[in-house]
Design a protein around this ligand. Structure first.
Ligand SMILES: NC(=O)C1=CN([C@@H]2O[C@H](COP(=O)(O)OP(=O)(O)OC[C@H]3O[C@@H](n4cnc5c(N)ncnc54)[C@H](O)[C@@H]3O)[C@@H](O)[C@H]2O)C=CC1
Ligand SMILES: O=C([O-])CC(=O)C(=O)O
Length: 267
């Protein structure tokens, strides 16, 4: 069989997850894929790591796949440009799909937008369960350390209260839209759950700040005529950025590998 040329991957964002994905690509962790370069916000941040620094147009032109790991605002702003140019996009900041207009710009092509499973699992089963009205309701309960949940919109008093917690405390109960608006770098998983089930308005999101939580937990519960489902993940947080789970870069590398060498993937 003739060998396929490797798929060239451009990263959008080179923070905690992006840097690990870049290292994985350079170490052969996604066979059939090579790193073309990265789009960064701080000039020099990619070249300092020996990675070609690209602007978005270069990234689109010089790659077969753009992998977004730059956060929800960047995904909303730049993701649609990738798709409009006909280039495929692997989205990690799934929160960019929360707004229906952004969702259409990202999902309606001509480029293909793939969604990373990121920090959670069970989305394939829930997607199947939701067909023919099989799911009526869903919830996500996420637990993280308080320091990982501090947000720019918090007042000094709110921030101090969060950091001073001594017991597990629920700090959000709301819709998927509330969750991603208030915690855009912590609750992409809520939007991933809604994207899989279509239960954009019927999903309740709860966020718990636990000063003693050794891991980041995501518990998904869903039910309806199709059955009852419960998935729990307890992920080790990234040491350099505890807001993100360590598993996410591996999920992204699995996704890239599946796109580079189709076959054997669960779909
Ligand atoms: N789907 C999921 O399960 C998960 C999704 N995420 C998403 O991944 C994002 C990245 O996570 P981390 O790497 O931990 O965050 P991070 O803050 O370490 O990295 C984000 C990087 O993107 C860069 N960036 C921001 N805007 C940019 C732009 N316009 N152009 C180029 N670079 C830009 C920042 O400078 C930073 O280096 C999170 O903000 C979140 O949206 C994170 C964890 C789980
Ligand atoms: O990494 C995680 O555990 C989840 C996360 O930050 C997100 O969904 O934005």
């Amino acid at each position: 069989m003739p060998q396929q040329p490797p798929i060239r991957v451009a990263l959008l964002g080179l923070g905690a997850i992006g840097a690990r994905v870049a290292d994985g690509l350079r170490n052969g962790a996604a066979p059939g894929a090579v790193l073309a370069g990265a789009v960064v916000r701080t000039p020099g941040a990619a070249t300092a790591r020996g990675i070609a620094e690209l602007d978005l147009d270069d990234a689109i032109a010089s790659s077969g796949l753009v992998v977004e790991c730059a956060g929800v605002p960047a995904a909303r702003e730049l993701g649609p440009r990738v798709i409009a140019a006909g280039r495929d996009l692997l989205l990690v900041s799934i929160g960019a799909l929360a707004d229906p207009a952004d969702r259409a710009r990202l999902l309606d092509g001509p480029g293909v937008c793939r969604l990373s499973s990121g920090a959670i699992g069970g989305l394939d089963l829930l997607r199947a369960a939701t067909r023919d009205g099989g799911l009526a309701r869903a919830s996500l309960t996420t637990t993280k350390r308080p320091a990982a949940l501090v947000q720019p919109w918090m007042t000094e008093t709110e921030r101090a209260a969060l950091l001073g917690l001594t017991e597990p405390t629920r700090i959000l109960t709301g819709t998927v839209q509330d969750a991603i608006a208030r915690f855009p770098s912590s609750l992409n998983v809520a939007v991933a759950l809604a994207a899989a089930t279509g239960l954009w308005h019927e999903t309740e999101v709860r966020l718990v700040a636990d000063p003693r939580a050794p891991r980041t937990e995501h518990v998904i519960e869903a039910s309806g005529p199709a059955g009852e489902y419960r998935f729990a993940a307890a992920n080790a947080p990234l040491p350099e950025r505890p807001a993100s789970s360590g598993i996410v870069s591996q999920a992204v590398l699995c996704g890239i590998a599946d796109l580079a060498r189709p076959g054997g993937a669960f779909v």
